[in-house]
Design a protein around this ligand. Structure first.
Ligand SMILES: *[C@@H]1O[C@H](CO)[C@@H](O)[C@H](O)[C@H]1NC(C)=O
Ligand SMILES: *[C@@H]1O[C@H](CO)[C@@H](O)[C@H](O)[C@H]1NC(C)=O
Ligand SMILES: [Zn+2]
Length: 457
């Protein structure tokens, strides 16, 4: 999600001029209030088409339950062999995952577990030098961290737009869209998956590890359907605010839960809020994760739809569609492809994507080539995963993936409940290790309940 500042849009006049099926509709006024207004902000946008089943824009508002959630149309039996990526191992049994073997939902992970302690040693042994910067303060707000912003050796993307050679922020080929959704899995992901399936689109899902524990079957359906899966941390904190050990724990647990659910380990991650500096980059490199941010052509033109803020009412559907128009306009004229920020955590974000943004994008002229990030880098889907990566054509960054790390991340006691190698039991794991049946099922039910009520960040 974006942490860029927003303008409060209460009581403004919204002039939405949009073009549906070549029929110009203009001057539609939403939320007009009488009398003089201190701020007059109007939004305009043009769409080539909209989805006939789109939720009306006026209904895509804060906390509106615009439609019932849908259960997964397609699920995969344990042991299914992925057909979309060659050489992949059979699918683990998600029903056997014990949430008590993992850290808590949406909370920064503790660093005293044996797993995190092992990953800390692995990072220390990786040969990658971690810069000695103090964590940022105040959730990484730029204004509260003037010295860190000014320190160019930090290369802090959030506040300065600084990137390094390893950051993926665009796609090399013009008009190619490295397509991404963040913050799921969620109860609304299925609506997005349905639309993507109907339109033969594949995306990259940057999954929040603790939400994978709530909805493992959704992650499996994404992966089996040929979408790319990447890491979006365990609990979605701004990473520059964390200690080295916390960053290691956040990335390590996310890699582990995805490996436990899918059988493969992602090689890409998106920093929450795009909050990355050279300390976070070095730790990620040592853990075998390449950062994927989003396209930024100037401080004023960042490819962020701001769809995340619909849920809270901090923005409006019209504003998001105007953002989309600017993004697609700029995407049409820059010399490279592009990556933009969208989310599948909230119903409003999914509704605006499936009802408006994606139908418009599919008719864009000249056409966009819409593909997962790995494919926009002209690499096969298999190169998105450690175990399937073609190491001869796509060598991993030096220092990354020390052997014991691959081992720790690769053990999967969580999916079997059996204790396995003994190297990956969380501090809370002992309680259920002997009761993988009812205890695990009950804990999973609790996590699902918690997942549906606590999904926010
Ligand atoms: C590019 O983005 C900027 C700011 O978001 C906007 O003002 C401008 O109109 C956009 N350009 C095009 C061609 O859409
Ligand atoms: C590439 O290297 C990784 C890490 O050593 C290994 O797990 C993987 O199996 C290798 N890829 C292939 C296709 O052999
Ligand atoms: Zn996010």
């Amino acid at each position: 999600m974006s942490k860029s500042s927003f303008v409060c849009l209460a009581a403004v006049t919204v002039a939405a001029a949009y073009n549906i099926d070549a029929r110009q509709v203009s001057g539609v006024s939403v939320g007009t209030s009488a009398g003089p207004q201190p701020t007059q902000t109007s939004f305009s946008f043009t769409l080539a088409t909209t989805n006939p089943t789109a939720i009306p824009l006026a209904s895509i508002v804060s906390n509106a339950a615009t439609q019932a959630t849908h259960t997964l149309a397609t699920t995969y039996a344990p042991g299914s062999i992925p057909t979309v990526v060659s050489g992949a191992p059979p699918l683990p049994n998600a029903a056997l995952l014990a949430p008590s073997n993992y850290p808590a939902l949406d909370k920064v992970v503790p660093t005293d577990s044996p797993e995190v302690q092992q990953w800390i040693k692995d990072v220390a042994n990786s040969g990658v030098t971690i810069p000695d910067f103090a964590p940022t303060v105040d959730s990484g707000a730029c204004g509260s961290n003037a010295a860190a912003v000014a320190d160019t050796t930090r290369c802090w993307w959030t506040c300065t737009g600084c990137v390094t050679a390893t950051d993926i922020t665009t796609c090399p080929n013009k008009l190619t869209w490295g397509f991404t959704y963040d913050d799921g899995p969620s109860p609304y992901t299925e609506d997005l998956l349905q639309f993507l399936d109907q339109n033969n689109l594949k995306t990259t899902f940057f999954a929040v590890g603790s939400r994978v524990i709530s909805f493992p079957n959704i992650l499996q359906t994404e992966y089996m359907g040929g979408h790319q899966i990447g890491v979006h941390t365990w609990s979605h904190p701004p990473l520059t605010t964390l200690t080295n050990d916390q960053i290691i724990g956040e990335l390590g647990w996310s890699k582990k839960v995805i490996k436990d659910v899918l059988g493969v380990t992602p090689l890409h991650f998106r920093p929450p809020f795009g909050d990355i500096d050279n300390r976070v980059r070095a730790i990620a490199q040592a853990m075998g994760l390449t950062p994927v941010i989003w396209t930024r052509i100037s401080p004023q033109a960042t490819f962020d739809t701001d769809d995340f803020d619909l849920h809270s009412g901090l923005t409006t559907a019209s504003h998001v569609l105007q953002n989309w128009n600017y993004i697609s306009g700029n995407a049409s004229i820059i010399d490279t492809g592009f990556i933009l920020l969208e989310h599948d955590l909230f119903q409003q974000s999914v509704d605006i994507a499936t009802g408006y943004i994606l139908p418009d994008a599919l008719l864009h002229q000249p056409p966009f080539k819409i593909v997962p990030v790995i494919e926009c880098q002209n690499k096969p889907l298999s190169d998105a995963y450690l175990e399937l990566n073609d190491n001869s054509s796509n060598p991993l960054p030096s220092g990354s993936v020390p052997s014991s790390s691959a081992n720790a991340a690769g053990s999967s006691t969580g999916s079997t409940g059996s204790g396995g190698s003994g190297s990956s039991k969380g501090s809370a794991a002992v309680a259920t290790a002997g009761l993988p049946g009812l205890g695990a099922v009950f804990a999973l039910a609790l996590a699902i309940l918690a997942g549906t009520t606590l999904l926010m960040s």
